[in-house]
Design a protein around this ligand. Sequence first.
Ligand SMILES: [Fe+2]
Length: 299
Amino acid sequence: MIKALGYVFIESSTPEKWQHFMEQVVGLMAAPSMLASENQYFKMDAYTWRIAIKPSNRDCLSIAGWEVETQSHFEQVKKQLSANAIIFRHLTEEECLARAIQGGIQFDDPSGNTLEIFYQMALDYLPLISKVGVREFDTGFNGDMGLGHFVIPTQQFDETYDFYLNVLGFGQTDTMRFQFAPEAPEQRLHFLHVNNPRHHSLAIYEDPNPSPSKCVHLMVEVPDMDDVGYFIDRCKAHDIRISSTLGKHTNDLMTSVYVDTPAGFALEFGTGGLQLDWDGYKPTESARPSLWGHEWNPQ
Ligand SMILES: [Fe+2]
């Protein structure tokens, strides 16, 4: 029922750093159709906006906005939440206006991450005019694959996984298990899809430590390997630390790099992510994260 990852809000104590990072490094565009507010809205495709930076005294991915296709799907999600005794609140008219959406609700997942379910964000159809020449981001037809994916770190792994799978109806795509040392406890990383071909729109990571940024990484995708190369050059030119070298993942075949963002989590910038037809799909278990590359540079 959930169609795509529609938007994210990032709270930031250094919003000017985000503006620079978004426009000069990632290549997004200040959203021209959004009303003036204290938030900065960035556009990547036909959608009016995709990523908002909210000035704050903390640095984290504070809200994930998940899109449903129709108002009737929206009503079904609300029924499903009520049936599972999940308390939610409707977004006010003002909040909907500040998101360019028709309607939405807000609630927390079992790990305390705030999410919203919404329907119909306005599309302004304006072309992406990237200051650094990114031609487009890969988000499907009129943005129907969503803005990308992100990874939730959690110590309440089982409850959180169960919530996304069985309450919100996400689909299981792939699972991984990590052991960083022979005697270290196992950590799980599960990949989930929604109703679009993107291999995963969400992953859930069993993090032994609390993570103030509430996110392991956020991923955006470009159609061309050259755009990844240009991105790496821009990171070097602007002194953005590359936290993982170029590599290709096993499960979604994404060729990507990871870099630091001003919020403490990473941005994955990649190309070539697998797109799947979920009809008859059998979930997989991957024994390793990457085919080649992705060498982590500890801070
Ligand atoms: Fe990723």
